[in-house]
Structure formats: C-alpha cells, structure tokens
Design a protein around this ligand. Structure first.
Ligand SMILES: N[C@@H](CCC(=O)N[C@@H](CSS)C(=O)NCC(=O)O)C(=O)O
Length: 295
C-alpha cells in the first residue's frame, strides 16, 4: 500500500482515519497522482506540472489555499517549513529544530493551525530535531521519518507514501546518499520539493559520514529530483550563503557539483575536506529518538 495511511502503527489508526477522510476533498493533482500510482509503469516523475496563479517571496506564499512559511534557525542555518491548508487549518511541519520550538509553536498558535505531522527529511547530524518535544506540546501530533533512517517515529515513511493535510499532500521520494534515510517531499502538483540535505542550492549534502555515498547521492538527485518539472521550486534543509529557494531547472543548469559526470562528482565529494558538524556526537543519537535522548 502506497499511502502513509497503510504504514501507520495500529495505535495511530485515528490519524489514519482522519487522513483517509481527506480523500473525497483532495486536490485534483493529488487525485491524479493517486490514480496514476495504481497504473503500473506510469511514473510520478512524468506528471505534468499544474502551474497556478501563485506568488512567492522568499519566506511566505499563499496560493490555492496553501499556506507556506520558510523559517530559519540561525545557528545551524536550518530551514523549517510549515505548510497548511488555509481552509481546514491542517498542517505539516518539516525539519523543526529544538532551538526554535517556542518560535514555531507561537506561529502555529497565532495562525490557528492543527499540525498533524512533524516530519524530518532525515536523521540530522548538525542539530537536534524538536519533533519529540513538540509531540509533548501539541495534542495529536505524529512524528515521521524515513523507514530507512534507523530512527524511531510514529510514522515510518517509504517511497510513494503521501502525507495529506486538508486538500494538499506531500509525496515521499527516497533520495539516499547523504544518509540512507534521506527523503525529498514533493507537493501534489509538483510545484515544490523539500529536498532536505540531498540537494542544496548550488550544492548538495556531504557524503563523508553516517551512511554517506557520493554515487548513491548522484543517482538520487538525477533520478528523483532532476526528473521533476524545471519550474518546481527547490526548498533545501540548509543554506550557508543566505539563499532561500531555487528551481529544478536552475540546479540542473548551474549546480557546480551535480552538473558534472558521476566520476567528477565523486572526486569533488571526496575532496570537500569539511570539518565535522560541531554537534554531531549529540545530534545523531538524539535524532534517532525524535530528539528526546536523555530528556
Ligand atoms: N558547520 C556546520 C556543519 C556544516 C555541514 O557539514 N553541513 C552539512 C549538512 S548538515 S550535516 C552538509 O552536507 N554540507 C555540505 C556543504 O557542502 O557544505 C556545523 O558545525 O554544524
């Protein structure tokens, strides 16, 4: 079964039922994606882009009743994303950081949102996630992460799973290489992709620790992200140069690493010589348990 509904533990059936109820009201793009999934041989990557009248700035966008916020954690330069159905107020939080939990909860409260799922794009090595603590502060919130991450969470996600919030949804694409459990989350209309550390703006995640593998990352980006429409907006988990958003088309043309041959890419990645993230020794064990290590 490809829906996230089919992956939840029995004790989370209530959420599953709530998610399933959205089927009748989901957006045409989600319905189309769902119907294509039942047709063998039809690739989600070939889904036509449905561009609507949409205005974006770096940090906020409201269109087709999708509320979107890009939030920055200053120390680790991590982006947290808040997406919500403006009508039903159901929301999803991507990559929330422990240090900014109060800011994020305040915003969620002010906007009157009901955050259903807090999802990590992977087991982060540079900061501690707030998903575990947030579950204690938001009634009904479920944590989610890839089943390939080795981490525990309420929902373990796999390729093709959908996280539904109101009329909107995010589809999981496995994009391993920075870690085994890296995922890219793509909106139902393929207009936005949350790439975690797999693809950064004009860069990519390092591959020299956890389960890093440069060849695997190269294939992930080319097969799972560069096959999205050129106009699809790329929202990464980090940016160290103040950049906020890119597009698939831009990265296919200008990414200094991923435009190279696979041999050149592996060579580049083997010679980055980056210092280890300062918090890696506390962040990884903590993130394996939703950030609740030693709490
Ligand atoms: N200095 C930071 C860590 C910076 C870093 O290593 N970033 C990672 C993503 S977080 S594990 C990365 O993949 N960077 C790729 C690059 O090219 O910079 C710290 O101490 O936390």
């Amino acid at each position: 079964m490809c829906s996230v509904i089919g992956r939840v533990k029995p004790c989370h059936r209530a959420l599953a039922v709530s998610l399933r109820l959205r089927t009748n009201t989901e957006s045409p793009s989600c319905a189309a994606a769902r119907s294509r999934r039942s047709c063998p041989g039809v690739s989600l990557g070939a889904e036509p882009l449905r561009v609507t009248s949409r205005t974006y700035s770096s940090g906020t966008a409201v269109s087709q009743r999708l509320l979107f916020r890009q939030l920055l954690e200053l120390e680790s330069k991590t982006y947290t994303y808040l997406l919500a159905d403006a009508e039903t107020k159901e929301a999803v939080l991507i990559d929330p950081v422990l240090e900014t939990i109060d800011r994020d909860l305040k915003l969620i409260g002010e906007l009157g949102l009901n955050v259903k799922v807090a999802v990590n794009t992977h087991c982060h090595a540079d900061h501690i996630t707030s998903t575990g603590l947030m579950k204690k502060r938001l009634v009904g919130l479920k944590s989610a992460i890839s089943k390939h991450s080795g981490a525990s969470a309420d929902i373990l996600l796999s390729e093709g799973d959908k996280i539904t919030f109101g009329k909107h949804c995010l589809t999981v694409r496995d994009t391993p290489g920075h870690t085994d459990g890296c995922m890219t989350l793509v909106t139902g209309d393929q207009s936005m992709a949350f790439t975690g550390d797999a693809l950064l703006i004009r860069g990519c995640g390092r591959t020299d620790f956890q389960q890093g593998c440069a060849k695997r990352l190269y294939h992930s980006v080319h097969q799972k992200i560069f096959t999205l429409p050129d106009q699809c907006l790329i929202y990464p988990a980090h940016d160290y140069l103040g950049q906020t958003v890119s597009t698939v088309g831009e990265e296919r043309r200008f990414n200094p690493r991923l435009t190279k041959s696979i041999e050149q890419f592996v060579d580049i990645m083997n010679n980055l010589n980056l210092p280890k993230p300062a918090k890696i020794d506390i962040a990884v064990p903590a993130n394996l348990v939703c950030g609740l290590h030693e709490v």
